[in-house]
Design a protein around this ligand. Structure first.
Ligand SMILES: NC(=O)c1ccc[n+]([C@@H]2O[C@H](COP(=O)([O-])OP(=O)(O)OC[C@H]3O[C@@H](n4cnc5c(N)ncnc54)[C@H](OP(=O)(O)O)[C@@H]3O)[C@@H](O)[C@H]2O)c1
Length: 278
C-alpha cells in the first residue's frame, strides 16, 4: 500500500535509535512526513509512540542483504524515498598505533562499508525517481583531526572522499548530496565510543591530554541535538543545498583552521611543487 504524497518527503534514516538519527525521525514525524527508521535496536524508538507514518526496521548497516531488504520494505510501504540519512556510526578513541587491527577494521565496517551498503541499496531507487537527497554522516573530523581520533577521522575522511566523487556522478540524475559535519553534539556518542585496546605512556601528552580536555568540557560545549536536526532539515528544505554542512561554530572553526593551514602549506612549498613539472 502506498501512503505517501509527493509533497511530503519520505525519509530513510539509519542510526535511528539514538542521537541525531532519532531526532531526525522525531522532527519528520512531527512535520507529518513518512520515515523508515533503521537501527539494530528499534525498541529504542518505542518512546516515539505509534505512528502511521513510521516504519521501524531492525537492520545492521554492516549487513548488505539486510539493508537491501530495508529499502525494499520502505518502497513497498511508502512508494518512494526522498531523503536518505546515512547517519549510523560510532567513534573509536586512542592513538593510531593503539587501536588493534580488529578495532580498526570494525569502525570501517560500520562508518564506511555501512555507508556504502546504504548507497548501493538506495541509489537504484533514487536514480529511478530521478530525484532524492542523500545526507552523508560526516563530522568536523571529516576535515581535521586531533590526537586520539585518527581512526574515527579516517572513516569520516573516507566518506568525504567518496562523496566528493558521488555528488558529481549523481547530480545529472537529479540527486542531491550533502555531507553533514556536526561539531560535538549532545548525544550518547561519547558514551558509545570504543577505546583502543592498549595505551602507551608515550601518548600521555597528546592523546590522553585530548581525552582529558574532552572529558572536562562543560555541557555548553555541545550542540543541542534538536538544533542539529533542525539544521539538517533546513538544508534539505533549501533549493540549493550545500555539499558540506557544518553544524556548530567550534567544529566550523576547527575546519577553517585546518583548511587555511593546508592552503598556507601549499603556498609555502609551491617552489618544490612546481620544480617537478617539466
Ligand atoms: N555526537 C557527536 O558529537 C557527533 C559529532 C560529529 C559527528 N557525529 C556523527 O553523527 C552520527 C550519529 O551519531 P550520534 O551522535 O547520534 O551517536 P549515537 O547517539 O551513538 O547514535 C549512533 C547511532 O548509530 C547506530 N549504529 C551504530 N552502529 C550501527 C550498525 N552497525 N548498524 C546500524 N546502526 C548502527 C546506533 O544504533 P544501534 O546501536 O541501535 O544500531 C545509533 O542509533 C555518527 O555518524 C557520528 O559519527 C556525531
Amino acid at each position: 500500500m502506498t501512503t505517501s504524497v509527493n509533497t511530503s518527503p519520505v525519509w530513510f534514516v539509519t542510526g535511528a535509535s539514538s542521537g541525531i538519527g532519532r531526532e531526525l525521525v522525531r522532527h519528520a514525524l512531527e512535520a507529518g512526513e513518512a520515515v523508515a527508521a533503521v537501527a539494530r535496536r528499534t525498541a529504542a524508538l518505542d518512546e516515539l509512540g505509534e505512528h502511521d507514518q513510521l516504519l521501524r526496521i531492525d537492520a545492521d548497516v554492516r549487513d548488505e542483504a539486510a539493508v537491501r531488504t530495508a529499502v525494499e520494505q520502505t518502497v513497498a510501504r511508502f512508494g518512494r524515498i526522498d531523503v536518505v540519512a546515512n547517519n549510523a556510526g560510532y567513534g573509536l578513541f586512542g592513538a593510531v598505533e593503539e587501536a588493534d587491527d580488529a578495532q580498526a577494521r570494525a569502525i570501517f565496517d560500520t562508518n564506511v562499508f555501512g555507508v556504502l551498503n546504504v548507497l548501493r541499496a538506495t541509489l537504484p531507487v533514487l536514480r529511478g525517481q530521478r530525484s532524492g537527497h542523500i545526507l552523508q554522516g560526516s563530522s568536523y573530523y571529516g576535515q581535521t583531526a586531533d590526537p586520539g581520533v585518527g581512526l574515527l577521522a579516517a572513516t569520516k575522511y573516507a566518506v568525504e572522499g567518496l562523496t566528493d566523487a558521488l555528488v558529481a556522478e549523481v547530480a545529472p540524475l537529479g540527486i542531491k548530496v550533502t555531507l553533514v559535519q556536526p561539531a560535538l553534539t549532545a548525544t550518547p556518542f561519547l558514551g558509545n565510543l570504543d577505546a583502543a585496546s592498549v595505551t602507551h605512556a608515550d601518548y600521555d601528552q597528546t592523546v590522553r591530554a585530548v581525552q582529558q580536555a574532552i572529558g572536562a568540557l562543560p555541557g555548553s560545549a555541545f550542540s543541542g541535538v534538536d538544533r542539529v536536526a533542525a539544521g539538517i532539515r533546513a538544508a534539505v528544505a533549501g533549493d540549493n543545498p550545500p555539499l558540506r554542512l557544518a553544524l556548530g561554530a567550534a567544529g566550523a572553526e576547527a575546519m577553517r583552521s585546518a583548511l587555511n593551514a593546508r592552503i598556507a602549506e601549499l603556498d609555502e612549498w609551491a617552489a618544490v611543487t612546481q620544480a617537478v613539472d617539466a
